[in-house]
Design a protein around this ligand. Structure first.
Ligand code: F6P
Length: 319
């Protein structure tokens, strides 16, 4: 293998730069040239490429976002578009492609190999932690730390004013962020897509806490379950005291990656190159039991990662 390409695609996640750095440096050390594709699949179609070398990835590990930039590329669902992409890669002598991104991006990669025979390796990068067969995706840990920091601050003001805060976090189809953030900040309740919400029970629980003497109340809502406004509307008249809404939004996707994310990204970046080098493609790098292993892309993508219900129970048990 003489030349590979790397891209970041879809929603960015802290740690993507550390993964790019690892891919480039490990490839260069193995005499493999690396082409950086800018702006994900959209940039691939526009041939928006840069040559990358050891120095070009210096000082990026601690940076949030992605130096290659990212995009969502709806056209890539079309087979003809993927055919075009494969021709462009062949024209540039690219023998293997590493795609760092979430579910949609990994689907694009899977089809590129399945139909167009481009050897691909995926690296899971998404704050949602909704990719199956890997314990963690790059960016999840940093996102959680950002959310926890924000909730801690909200708790301060919630206590001063004896208010309830409804905090909306990301997670289109997964309640992972809401569950873990709720668990580790001692939130009163979580509202997640995996469990239908019962507003009456939720209101009663909050009232009970208040009777017990608790002066703040935090409800963490995953965006995929309901909007914070809806939850507040349902709760306000039931609990009878002031509520405030905070939507954390894209702040959850930024910031310098944690040590955990840098480490995971570095290990996965190296593994991705190593897999391509050994002729192992049509796989995603996965963290399983502390090890980085290849898992088949079609296996990953036909499953929906289910939320560990023990975490949900713990949240309820300890709050
Ligand atoms: O998939 C990652 C994610 O951050 C989701 O949690 C969120 O719903 C979505 O991306 C937001 O996407 P966009 O940046 O396109 O608004």
């Amino acid at each position: 293998m003489k030349k590979i390409a790397v891209m970041t695609s879809g929603g960015d996640a802290p740690g993507m730069n550390a993964a790019i750095r690892a891919v480039v440096r490990y490839a260069v050390r193995n005499d493999i040239q690396v082409l950086g594709i800018q702006r994900g699949y959209a940039g691939l179609l526009d041939e928006d490429f840069i040559e990358m070398d050891f120095a070009s990835v210096g000082g990026i590990m601690e940076k949030g976002g992605t130096i290659l930039r990212s995009s969502r590329c709806p056209e890539f669902v079309r087979k003809e578009t993927r055919e075009e992409a494969a021709k462009i890669l062949a024209k540039h002598g690219v023998e293997g492609l590493i795609v760092i991104g979430g579910e949609g991006s990994l689907h694009g990669a899977m089809f590129l190999e399945e139909e167009q025979k481009v050897p691909v390796v995926g690296i899971p990068g998404t704050i949602d932690n909704d990719i199956a067969m890997t314990d963690m995706s790059i960016g999840v840990d940093t996102c959680l730390n950002t959310v926890v920091d924000a909730i801690q601050k909200l708790k301060d003001t919630a206590s001063s004013h004896e208010r309830a805060f409804i905090v909306e976090v990301m997670g289109r189809s997964s309640g992972y962020i809401a569950t873990v953030a709720g668990l580790v900040t001692g939130a009163e309740a979580i509202v997640i897509p995996e469990i239908p919400v019962n507003y009456e029970a939720l209101g009663n629980k909050i009232l009970k806490e208040r009777e017990r003497g608790k002066i703040n109340c935090i409800v963490v809502v995953a965006e995929g379950a309901a909007s914070a406004y809806t939850v507040a509307r349902h709760l306000e008249h039931r609990i009878g005291y002031e509520t405030r809404i905070t939507i954390l939004g894209h702040i959850q996707r930024g910031g310098s990656p944690t040590a955990f994310d840098r480490l995971l990204a570095s290990r996965m970046g190296v593994a991705a190159v190593e897999f391509l080098k050994r002729g192992t493609s049509y796989v995603m790098t996965a963290l399983q039991g502390g090890k980085i292993v290849p898992v088949k892309l079609d296996e990953v993508l036909k499953q929906k990662k289910s939320l560990n219900m023990e975490l949900v129970e713990l949240t309820a048990l300890l709050s």
